[in-house]
Design a protein around this ligand. Structure first.
Ligand code: MG
Length: 229
């Protein structure tokens, strides 16, 4: 699944000449909470709109309303002129209800992330190109992978709660292995810090990394890197 290894080198090229590739499951940035992702960092990356996951990102799983901290974060984005579209695999009509209640640009439910259809619908909802949009969500296999396949900036946020859909709980076991690997590779960078490759720091292609923004993922010893909570 990752973008590592695989293709043979062209004749005459050495292993050293091959540019380091970021795994497809590696986000551009990772934060402990949504308030670790600030407007300044988004602007520094040319972001004009966001595609945001709902369950365990903005709210606990299947909750009908957003908590105060998520509403405040969305309000800061709105005040900064950034457009937001919800993108959820949840079948519930609550996706559109929450989008309306929060004054967002829209919501896309039944998205089947990471497949591209839902991301295309969300980009159309925002009226923006993929290069102007950040995807924010709590799952590597849906939000981050789908966002990267769509060509967007991606931000992983630690899940709000262990309570979630059964299928998601099973995927979390595999995700935990990936998270531990990404931590070892230094590829869960806080906003403003470039990811590192095993051979040294390696900034994401075409993405500056010069803005502030706290709340990034804290380094954890592998023994504690058991995955999202
Ligand atoms: Mg989620």
């Amino acid at each position: 699944m990752g973008g590592r290894g695989g293709a043979r080198l062209p004749r005459g090229r050495t292993e050293e000449a091959r540019p380091a590739r970021r795994p497809w499951l590696a986000p551009d940035a990772a934060v402990e909470r949504l308030d670790g992702l600030d407007v300044a960092w988004l602007r520094a990356h040319g972001v004009r709109g966001l595609i945001v996951d709902l369950d365990n990102t903005l709210t606990d799983w299947n909750e009908p309303e957003l908590p105060a901290e998520s509403r405040a974060w969305l309000a800061r984005l709105r005040e900064a002129g950034l457009r937001v579209c919800l993108l959820s695999n949840n079948r519930s009509g609550r996706v559109l209800a929450i989008a309306r209640a929060e004054g967002l640009a829209g919501g896309v439910a039944n998205a089947a992330k990471p497949w591209p259809g839902g991301f295309r619908r969300a980009l159309a909802c925002l009226g923006l190109d993929a290069g102007e949009v950040a995807v924010v969500g709590d799952q590597l296999f849906t939000d981050v992978l789908g966002g990267r396949l769509a060509g967007c900036l991606t931000v992983w946020v630690r899940p709000r709660s262990p309570r979630e859909f059964l299928g998601t709980r099973l995927l979390r076991r595999l995700e935990a292995l990936w998270l531990a690997r990404l931590r070892r590779l230094g590829q869960l960078p806080a906003p403003g810090r470039p990811a590192e490759s095993p051979g040294g720091p390696a900034e994401s292609p075409g993405r500056p990394a010069e803005s502030p923004g706290g709340g990034g993922i804290r380094s954890q010893p592998d023994s504690q890197a058991e995955g999202p909570r």
